[in-house]
Write a protein that binds this ligand. Sequence first.
Ligand code: 5CA
Length: 446
Amino acid sequence: MRLSRYFLPVLKETPSEAQIVSHRLMLRAGMIKQASAGIYSWLPLGYKILRKIEAIVHEEQGRAGHIPMLMPTLQSADLWRESGRYDAYGPEMLRIRDRHERDMLFGPTNEEMITDIFRCHVSSYRDLPMTLYHIQWKFRDERRPRFGVMRGREFLMKDGYNFDLTREDALHAYNRHLVSYLRTYERMGLQAIPMRADSGPIGGDDTHEFLVLAETGESEVFYDSEITDLKFGDRKIDYDSHDECRAVLEEFTSRYARTDETHDPELFAKVPEDRQRQARGIEVGQIFYFGTKYSEAMGANVVDPDGNRVPVHMGSHGIGVSRLVGAIIEASHDDKGIIWPEGVTPFHAGIVNLKQGDEEADAACQALYDSLVTMGLEPLYDDRDERAGAKFATMDLIGLPWRITVGPRGLKNGVVELTCRRTGESEEMPPEQAVTRIGQIYARKV
Ligand code: 5CA
């Protein structure tokens, strides 16, 4: 993409309405524009990152054997009356009436709808286990939408639902989700710690939230500092193996880590004092096991091997896709702007032409651009007629991990400059070598 042809409305001033750094940077970098309280348009740069995050979520869900689909945003109130949640959900639910006076709602989550789909089409244990998921916009009329996309009213969520014959199988689905979420967040450059939590309006007894530690997080958390040393890394996992998934769950949840809703001071006191931590965190996902709560209420049964009709065991599992954009920025920025982890960066590298209009510099930039594209990468070429300082400031603000700077002086010596956004370190090298290096960096990441 050439910057002169892109739509990147960066702001010079710091917007006064933004209280936390991710919100400020998203507005300044021209990623989002507020449409009304807690509702945002995703401008091209923000949209690109959202899609990258979605792609990682899809890939990791696929790896775990979960099946993608898409349910609508608008739902019929009747379904929610069956589960009893139409009244229970309260003012967070946006209720709508259509022209035929039918009660509708903008879905805050999809347990009822997926259970309805399941009961219409599945009737035998032979079709189980099954996990269906979608990535769809949700609406929750939060009392205090704030911090930009972190607590929106409209937000993008991945929500998945498992259907299993037995409690044991459903707990395996729970563990499998925990493993796949660990992988998902790590690919986004985040450490998200599973913490025992409260199940709230979703219900059920087993639930973990995934928290990214950040001062601006809305949740208060208590944990054993040893937990921050754990990494899933690139170990292999057999998602069908109950034992392997359970072992990962045990490894990642055996140390004390709880949100304030379930915090137990007595238990916490047993953690060695020098490892006790109290901090704040951003909740980027949550997994639930709720057994037969919805299947019994809505008649989602299957015939078991003995010929009896039994309600299926279920759980639901959510990732805050749009919130993650803010969470990644909270975890990865400096005073100049965003620093995207390579896994989610909107463009793989920036090309800065220090002297637009100079024949040699223009040709070298174009050649770099073409080589990167040929390698399957997406560069952003700042071809505007701007001062070098302004070009650098824009690149730093929007946070591309790598920048190639091209100027007539370097070209005389046959070199361009490759700069790492995170460390600020620059190195001069021939243009072909810069391309190879960037190619290697991204080849490692996939
Ligand atoms: N049905 C279950 C799991 S699919 C569910 O709705 N879970 S949830 O309520 O925990 O939401 C899942 C994730 O969505 C949360 O962990 C959080 O990351 C994100 N989320 C929830 N509310 C908001 C909000 N108002 N703005 C942005 N993201 C949100």
